[in-house]
Each structure stands twice: as structure tokens, then as C-alpha cells.
Ligand binder design. Structure first.
Ligand code: GLY
Length: 405
């Protein structure tokens, strides 16, 4: 990117139970950064095909091995992120152009409100309709979101105390729950607050508490997959699917956990969730340790990380989560650390090392993410969810700054 990436000075004020943060940019040109985002998004071949959408593969996910844009259908777990990128860009630019595109892409997902075939409905609908509702207040969007929450809770099993994540690999797992699933709880908290129906709150908090019990090791590193016995609710397996080993911590899994408990605390004010988020943050920062460029390789526990692919998506999720956790924590020293790491990640992702050059990589913002290394799928590529959380991190940083001015 072509801005000076000298970034932030963090000054923490004293005398409050919440950490107050004063951010001062020390060189980043916000307007130039946002202009670069807009230019890069406009270089995508996608925006030229929106008029001829026929309900097929229209949502950008990554690039294929030949470097061409890879599109997926609305059923894919990533389908909400592109509308989300467009909404966030609208929020950052206040330019109606982005709102119009965001609206078109969001509304293509309408039928997904009834898709209960996996847990991903939260990812899909909160990034598209959720942000759309935030920016437009459209009643139709609210209705879609409430139906989506109703669909999601059909996957909850009382005995297990969790929402089932996947229906595939039935030969391997009976009732798989993955750490990523925490992210879908935001839809339920939203529905609880909108409707007053406690069923959403109860299911979301039960899932978060069960996950707290079974998805973490003593150092607060995470298992990716936990499989449950549906008759007894007992844990049958703790291991991985996208990580390096059953006893390792898949980097994006750690990022989902950090984000998930930060969000759960924001929504409930339950101190147990704040403590969990802080423990996960401390694991990532002090035990797993981020490398000098603040972007982890795809698994924290790889012995030799020298030639391993990075996962910019994990870094972007962590940055966004840490901006929030840094303002929620009651511990001023921790708050200072979280914001410092959040900024360091954002700065690194905004540099030429991670931010695509103009027109590079089919309009994606970031390079060097990894989807699923064990199956050699989407290794060292752009991924739409990396772009989404990168923009969310930037948006959060700017909001924190605004609140303090
Ligand atoms: N939620 C799927 C993934 O993080 O790869």
C-alpha cells in the first residue's frame, strides 16, 4: 500500500473501571488507506457482473490455482463476507455506490434464512443482513435475521449443550462442534435483544459455556473439533480438522475463540466470558507468540515455522477482536497490550507484504491467508473473510478514536 505505515500511539487514561483509550495516529493516512481499499475493490472483475446474476456462483471466496477469481454459491459458509466487505466500505466512505452494491449482494442471500444444514447461518447473515440492518434499519432485514436465528437454534441439542456445527463426516463424528461456531452466537444474542425471547440467550450462553469447558486446554489453546455423544452429552473426541495435529492449536481457531468470547462478553456482560477472552488473548500473545510481523502461520504449534504459509485471516480476526477486548477489559495494562497488538497486526496487514498491489489478486484486499492446510486447500491465497475482518478491525479502530475525540 502506498501510505506511510507508521501507526499509532496509545495513551491509556487512568481512574476508570473500564480501560479508556486515547489513540493518536502517528502517520497513517486514513483517507489514503480507505481510497486504496475502494480502488482495490473496484478492480475486481466481480463488480462488472452484478447485473447478470442468476443465483449461481456469484460470491467471491478466493482465487483458484491459476489466479482467477473463485466464486461460490449463497450456500457456501463464506457467502456473507463479500456483502459485508461492501457494507463496511460503505460505512468507511459514506459513498452510496457501495451501499447499492452491498444491498444487491445482501438480498441475494435471502433464502439462506431457512438453510439449517450447518451452523454457518450466523456467519452468513450477520455479515450481510446484520450489517445491512445496522446501516439501513430496513424492517425486511430484521425479519430475515429473526428467521435466521430461529433456523440456527434448531441445531441445538439440550443434552450436549451445543449447536451442532457440521452434518458431514457422519462416519467420523457423531455430533461435531467446532470452535468457529462461537461466531454464530452473535446472531442469537442479536435476536434475543431484538425480540426479548430468552430462548436465544439461553442457547447462546449454554453453547458458550459448554465450549469453555470442552474446547480448551489448560493453557487456553483450543481444540478445533469436539465430538459429543448425543445420548449422554459426553465428549468423545477432542482434536482437529484444519489444524496441524489433534493436540495443536490451529491459528484461526484461536482467533475465533478470542473473538467469540469477546463478543459474548459484550452482549451479556457475563464476566466469565471476559475472563475467557483475556485468557485466550494471553495465550496468543504470551504463549503462542505472534512473529515479528504479527501475522501467524496457519498453526501455532508447528515446530519449524520457517517455510510454513501464513494465515492473514487469523491475524485480521485477532486484530478486530483485540480492538474490542482492549476497550472492554477492566485491566489497564492488558487493555494497553491488546490495543498495541491489534494495531501492530493492522499495520502489518496494511503494508505491501500483505495488502495486494492495485489490481492484484482479482480485487481482494489481502494476500497470504490459508484455508485448510492439511487438505492442501486454499494455501497462501487471498480469502474473502480475511478482507472482511481486516476492514472490521479498521472500522473498530476508527470508531474507538472517534469516541474519544
Ligand atoms: N469457519 C471455517 C474456517 O474458519 O475455515
Amino acid at each position: 500500500m502506498r501510505f506511510i505505515p507508521l501507526f499509532i500511539v496509545l495513551l491509556l487514561s487512568t481512574g476508570s473501571c473500564k480501560t479508556k483509550v486515547s489513540l493518536e495516529d502517528a502517520g497513517i493516512d486514513k483517507n489514503e488507506l480507505i481510497a486504496n481499499v475502494a480502488t482495490q475493490l473496484k478492480s475486481s472483475p466481480l463488480l462488472k457482473i452484478t447485473d447478470s446474476i442468476s443465483g449461481k456462483k456469484v460470491f467471491p471466496r478466493t482465487v483458484d490455482p491459476s489466479g482467477k477469481l473463485k466464486l461460490v454459491t449463497k450456500r457456501d459458509w463464506t457467502s456473507g463476507f463479500y456483502p459485508g466487505v461492501l457494507w463496511l466500505t460503505y460505512g468507511l466512505t459514506d459513498n452510496k455506490y457501495w451501499k447499492d452494491h452491498a444491498t444487491s449482494y445482501t438480498e441475494l442471500l435471502e433464502s439462506e434464512q431457512f438453510n439449517g444444514s450447518n451452523h454457518d447461518i450466523g456467519f452468513k447473515m450477520m455479515t450481510s443482513y446484520g450489517l445491512g440492518y445496522r446501516y439501513t434499519n430496513k424492517e425486511a432485514y430484521r425479519k430475515v435475521l429473526i428467521q435466521s436465528a430461529q433456523t440456527l437454534i434448531t441445531r441445538f441439542d439440550d443434552r450436549v449443550g451445543c449447536i451442532r456445527s457440521w452434518d458431514h463426516h457422519r462416519d467420523k463424528w457423531e455430533y461435531p462442534v467446532i470452535i468457529d461456531n462461537l461466531m454464530n452466537l452473535e446472531l442469537l444474542f442479536w435476536a434475543w435483544k431484538e425480540t426479548g425471547e430468552t430462548v436465544y440467550y439461553n442457547i447462546a450462553t449454554t453453547h458458550a459455556k459448554t465450549t469453555m469447558k470442552n474446547h480448551f486446554r489448560s493453557d487456553y489453546s483450543t481444540y478445533h473439533v469436539v465430538d459429543y455423544d448425543t445420548l449422554t452429552g459426553a465428549v468423545k473426541f477432542q482434536g482437529t480438522h484444519q489444524g496441524y495435529a489433534d493436540d495443536s492449536c490451529w491459528s484461526r481457531g484461536g482467533a475465533w475463540a478470542l473473538y467469540g468470547y469477546t463478543m459474548a462478553y459484550r452482549e451479556t456482560q457475563d464476566i466469565a466470558f471476559l475472563k475467557q477472552a483475556e485468557k485466550v488473548a494471553d495465550y496468543i500473545i504470551n504463549i503462542a507468540k505472534l512473529p515479528s510481523d504479527s501475522v501467524p502461520v496457519w498453526d501455532f504449534d508447528l515446530k519449524d515455522k520457517t517455510n510454513e504459509p501464513k494465515d492473514a485471516s487469523a491475524a485480521a480476526i485477532m486484530s478486530s477482536a483485540l480492538f474490542e477486548l482492549g476497550t472492554l477489559t477492566e485491566n489497564k495494562d492488558s487493555g494497553r497490550t491488546y490495543l498495541k497488538v491489534a494495531n501492530a497486526i493492522l499495520k502489518s496487514l496494511s503494508s505491501d507484504n500483505y495488502f495486494n498491489g492495485k489490481g492484484e489478486n482479482e480485487g481482494f484486499l489481502l494476500k497470504h491467508s490459508t484455508g485448510a492446510k492439511p487438505s492442501n486447500s486454499e494455501v497462501d491465497v487471498p480469502l474473502i473473510y480475511a478482507d472482511y475482518y481486516y476492514l472490521e478491525a479498521l472500522d473498530r479502530k476508527l470508531r474507538i478514536k472517534k469516541q474519544l475525540n
